[in-house]
Design a protein around this ligand. Structure first.
Ligand SMILES: Cc1cc2nc3c(=O)[nH]c(=O)nc-3n(C[C@H](O)[C@H](O)[C@H](O)COP(=O)(O)OP(=O)(O)OC[C@H]3O[C@@H](n4cnc5c(N)ncnc54)[C@H](O)[C@@H]3O)c2cc1C
Length: 249
């Protein structure tokens, strides 16, 4: 799967995944030792092109449509038998502003490794919201944590100026301190939470779906939602049947 570009300098990239919708069924069937039996679909009896074969077919009971392991997958999901969904998972690499990582890393049950601002210079870019994003960045009234439409044109222009000029001063001060021999761990103190960082995050599928529930939701900040939506896209390709159930709620 290709790297998905996000915001102005960010991305989300699949590193690896394990398991599949079929493996989830296999794990659930450990209890009866029966394994994966197959997905439903058009029954082979239809290929015989004889009405009698279909009427007497035991696989589809004459419907021409086999009920497959989708039924078990749905049962597991709807009855919250979630452990089989822990038998699959994925590791992703993400480049995002530090304030996105602050929200992301509250999800304590994922595993993380992040670029160290003590070992290496931080990435030379900070997130500048687009004009469109700023137009929707009026302090929220209904959602006190969020933004809403309606920031005046002048306020948008001013916000853009404040953001970019502060970043420039901060980055120049950071570089100046490094040139003068100040340690990276101290020089970085001047950088904003909009500075980009990079990490790998790994979790099982159940855990990722929990993350998506919280971070695709409208109440989550727009920036982390872009990452959650991209991750949802990756998950829907790797685990299409599970993702469909997740979407149903
Ligand atoms: C829209 C939104 C707004 C938010 N606003 C704020 C805010 O203003 N301030 C703030 O501090 N946080 C805020 N958060 C973060 C939120 O409180 C959670 O920390 C975050 O969403 C991670 O969720 P989690 O604990 O379910 O995830 P994880 O840490 O990944 O945990 C997954 C699950 O494991 C279980 N679990 C993990 N650790 C424990 C434990 N110690 N004890 C018992 N069960 C555990 C729980 O079932 C939990 O749901 C916000 C989150 C969202 C989505």
């Amino acid at each position: 799967l290709d790297r998905i570009k996000l915001l102005d300098h960010g991305y989300l990239q699949l590193v690896e995944s394990w398991g599949s919708d079929e493996r989830i069924i296999e794990a659930a069937r450990m209890s009866t030792d029966k394994g994966f039996k197959g997905w439903g679909g058009k029954c082979n009896c239809l290929d015989a092109q004889s009405l009698e074969t279909t009427v007497n077919c035991k696989l589809c009971s004459g419907s021409g449509w086999k009920v497959g392991d989708e039924k078990l997958l749905r049962f597991l999901w709807e009855h919250k038998h979630y452990t089989p969904f822990e038998m699959a998972g994925l590791t992703i690499e993400v480049q995002a502003p530090i304030f996105v990582f602050r929200e992301w890393q509250r999800h304590r049950t994922q595993s993380y490794n992040e670029l160290s601002g003590r070992y290496t210079e931080l990435l030379p870019f900070a997130y500048v919201p687009s004009i469109e994003r700023l137009m929707n960045a009026k302090q929220g009234v209904k959602n006190k944590q969020g933004s809403e439409k309606g920031l005046s044109e002048q306020a948008v222009i001013d916000a853009h100026w404040h953001i970019t000029s502060c970043y420039e001063v901060a980055w120049n001060s950071y570089k100046e301190m490094l040139i003068r021999g100040v340690s990276r761990e101290i020089a970085r103190l001047v950088l904003p939470v909009a500075q980009y960082s990079r990490m790998r995050a790994s979790a099982n599928l159940r855990n990722w779906l929990g993350f998506l529930t919280l971070r695709m939701e409208q109440g989550a900040q727009w920036e982390i939602r872009q990452y959650a939506n991209a991750l949802a896209d990756v998950i829907s390709k790797l685990f299409p049947r599970t993702y469909e159930l997740f979407q149903e709620g």
